[in-house]
Design a protein around this ligand. Structure first.
Ligand code: OAD
Length: 248
């Protein structure tokens, strides 16, 4: 792969970098991307039928079982070279912020710190009753009852139609407004407000790099594109930047 010299010069000039990842980053860890996660038993459901407050209200057991299935896949998965490369980049580059739409926690397991979890984390649960336990221990049941009030627990993720957690939204907005380079990796950019962060960064003068297997609605804004699997593209970018880095 040949990497644009202008991109390498920019990366060598100590830019403030904000990275937004989507489920394509975890694809090579064996975790189906969000829009591919309706396979097998789940193929007859769309994400909108499973990841909404209305779906949970109508059929909490069905929604809980879909998340339990995804949790099992995630628990067995390992971070891949894309996650590890981002963790090493963060350690080398001051002013590097990692925002993720992924709920799988693989960035943290690869060593990334201060990850802004824009859509929550699937491994945690919370009470479905607003204002009750924000991080509830999970017992038996589909779904288990909240230990404090007996209302059903739910996964601590953001569903369609719900607000982004205030702290994550604030951090993501600040980091997008204040960066020199915004990088979107493995996201279809179909879901707002996350998809709007690249547009925000561009409107404030940042350059924009997209890393994806395919084109997305954001591609037209991209100053640079690396088209291919993130687990190959990111280590190649790292090698071009710092040829002496040993990648495992
Ligand atoms: P999607 O499933 O919508 O998109 C995955 C993107 O990753 C696509 O653009 C693929 O082309 C790309 N892709 C797949 N494999 C890749 C690879 N190996 N390397 C690089 N790119 C690859 O997933 P997201 O964009 O993450 O939100 O979805 C965003 C949000 O939509 C999710 O967080 C979820 C959903 O609504 C909520 O649940 C609130």
């Amino acid at each position: 792969m040949s990497i644009d010299c202008e991109l390498l010069s920019l990366l060598r000039a100590n830019p403030r970098i904000t990275v937004l990842t989507g489920s394509g980053v975890s694809a090579e860890s064996g975790i189906p991307t969000f829009r591919d996660a309706q396979t097998g038993l789940w193929e007859k459901f769309s994400p909108e039928e499973l990841a909404t407050p209305a779906a949970f209200l109508a059929n909490p057991s069905l929604v809980w079982r879909w998340y339990a299935w995804r949790r099992e896949i995630i628990a067995k998965a390992q971070p891949n070279p894309a996650h590890f490369t981002l963790a090493r980049m963060q350690a080398r580059i001051p002013g590097f912020t990692l925002l993720t739409q992924n709920v799988d926690g693989l960035h943290q397991r690869a060593g990334s710190v201060d990850v802004v979890e824009y859509h929550g984390n699937i491994m945690r649960s919370r009470c479905s009753r607003p204002g009750c336990l924000p991080d509830a221990p999970c017992g038996e049941g589909e779904p288990p009852p909240c230990p404090a009030c007996q209302a059903p627990l739910r996964p601590a993720v953001v569903w369609f139609g719900e607000s982004i957690p205030a702290y994550a939204h604030l951090k993501a907005t600040e980091a997008s407004e204040d960066c020199d380079l915004f990088i979107a990796i493995g996201t279809s950019a179909m879901v707002y407000p996350a998809a709007g962060l690249a547009e925000l960064a561009k409107s404030r003068g940042a350059r924009f790099l997209e890393v994806n297997l395919d084109k997305t609605p954001l591609s037209r804004l991209a100053d640079f594109r690396l088209q291919g699997p993130a687990a190959r593209m990111l280590p190649e970018l790292e090698q071009a930047l710092w040829p002496s880095v040993e990648t495992p």
